[in-house]
Design a binder for this molecule. Structure first.
Ligand SMILES: [Ca+2]
Ligand SMILES: [Ca+2]
Ligand SMILES: [Ca+2]
Ligand SMILES: [Ca+2]
Length: 445
């Protein structure tokens, strides 16, 4: 039974007691009419792109071959009604593109309230991506002054309706444009690069889903490199205009400079840092590295932090449940069994070696140990990607051993991870020994 509020009862009472000619029953709101809207939106990868998987073989989740077109999976799209002069233009729906190819969604339209029989449909993209299930975080691009990019629009001027589906009737499937649409026809170079970065980062959101938590992650692009000729970018400021090439400022922000505009790796690497920081309890504790590269020895905390980001970045592109050839930076193979340094203990500070350890914990490809690894220390482990990341979240907040803010060159290393993931350092240490990381500091365990 519908409850009528007191005020409405009073209205009826007054009405019943007065002349019938002035009395009208309240008009029921019209049920919104439905329309089914379809479109094919694609991203074009720049021809200069590098460090991207070229095709879908070997467990590649979604390739990004330079010059290719691909469905804009996970990109947020707004469906708008177009009116003359743009004054009455308004958004009817916001949706996240799922799957691939033609995408369809239902919209609602009330012709009485709208004052127009049928909508004139066009699309806008607000430069955001999500997982296709809409679970977890939103990745959004901002400019180097921290402001939003304008949405990319397919409205066209009045009279230019090449991308508009005019007068979409009730209970009808209306396709916006008969071919495929693309950001590359509507956007500037910087905007195309941003769309490409968002497209890459969507893979991390898709793989890790709720492990990212909720809320917005901001990609700041294009930031200016530290020490640039303007002299306006001192290090260690959280100014989105300044950036060490690429870096995660906090659990919500990361920056990328144009030095990395063609990189297929950088966004998912930085999202690997954001993922770890969002899992960690307590505030972001900052980078453990002043600088690093995958094969150069650094302190254990830096090697673990960057190795984790290399692994998480690789997992975004390649599925470790499929034996394959995942690479980072085009040349750092996640599957290579041979440790980087011929002296086993000297691998403990190599980020690439740490990345391979996390990969071996996750991957199905169970290779034998290779010298200088001790004979018999084989890769025998194969755990879910979704469970591995949660070990960071299982750490307690604080600066003690094994806590998320443990300081010093050995703080938060592979043994701290091991303790949280397996609860013990005695058993199941295959991925550590297999990768010669047992030389990292296990004091306290
Ligand atoms: Ca209209
Ligand atoms: Ca494995
Ligand atoms: Ca392996
Ligand atoms: Ca420790």
């Amino acid at each position: 039974m519908k409850i009528i509020p007191t005020a409405l009862w009073r209205t009826y009472a007054v009405c019943l007691g007065s002349l019938a000619v002035f009395c009208f029953a309240p008009r029921a709101a019209a049920a919104p009419q439905t329309r089914y809207v379809c479109f094919d939106m694609r991203v074009k990868y720049e021809s200069t792109l590098d460090n991207c998987p070229l095709d879908s073989s070997d467990g590649v989740r979604r390739p990004c071959a330079p010059g290719d077109w691909a469905a804009a999976v996970g990109h947020r799209v707004e469906i708008w009604d177009k009116d003359p002069g743009g004054v009455g233009d308004h958004r009817l729906a916001t949706t996240t593109i799922g799957g691939s190819g033609l995408f369809c969604t239902t919209i609602f339209w009330d012709p009485v309230a709208e004052g127009e029989a049928d909508p004139d449909l066009f699309l806008k993209m607000p430069l955001e991506v999500r997982s296709t299930t809409d679970v977890g975080a939103t990745l959004r691009a901002v400019r180097n002054d921290g402001t939003d990019y304008p949405s990319i629009t397919w409205r066209g001027a009045d009279g230019d309706d090449q991308w508009v589906r005019n007068d979409c009737p009730q209970n009808t499937t209306c396709r916006i444009y008969t071919g495929f649409m693309s950001t590359s026809t509507q956007a500037t170079l910087r905007e195309r690069e941003v769309v490409q970065f968002l497209d890459f980062g969507q893979r991390s959101l898709q793989v890790y889903g709720s492990a990212f938590g909720t809320g917005e992650i901001r990609l700041e692009y294009p930031s200016t490199t530290y020490g640039s000729s303007t002299g306006s970018c001192p290090q260690d400021t959280e100014d989105p205009a300044c950036c060490p090439g690429a870096g995660a400022w906090s659990e919500n922000d990361f920056c990328v400079t144009t030095d990395y505009s063609d990189s297929g790796d950088v966004v998912n690497h930085e999202l690997g840092h954001i993922l770890q920081q969002r899992q960690f309890p307590g505030p972001y504790t900052g980078s453990a590295c002043s600088s690093w590269s995958p094969p150069a020895s650094v302190n254990e905390k830096c090697a673990t932090q960057e190795g984790w980001a290399m692994y998480a970045g690789s997992v975004a592109w390649w599925n470790p449940d499929v034996p394959n050839e995942a690479t980072y930076g085009g040349s750092f193979n996640m599957e290579l069994a041979t440790p980087f340094n011929s002296t086993c203990a000297l691998n403990k500070g190599i980020p690439w070696q740490v990345a391979k350890a996390f990969w071996d914990l996750d991957d199905q490809n169970q290779e034998n140990g290779v010298s200088p690894t001790t004979a018999g220390w084989n890769d025998t482990q194969f755990y879910p990607t979704s469970s591995i990341v949660l070990a960071w979240g299982a750490m307690s907040s604080g600066t003690g051993n094994g806590q998320s803010g443990e300081p010093g060159p050995n703080g938060v290393n592979i043994w701290d991870f091991q303790k949280k993931y397996f609860g013990s350092i005695i058993s199941s240490t295959g991925y550590i020994m297999h990768n010669c990381l047992n030389a990292q500091d296990s004091t306290g365990y």
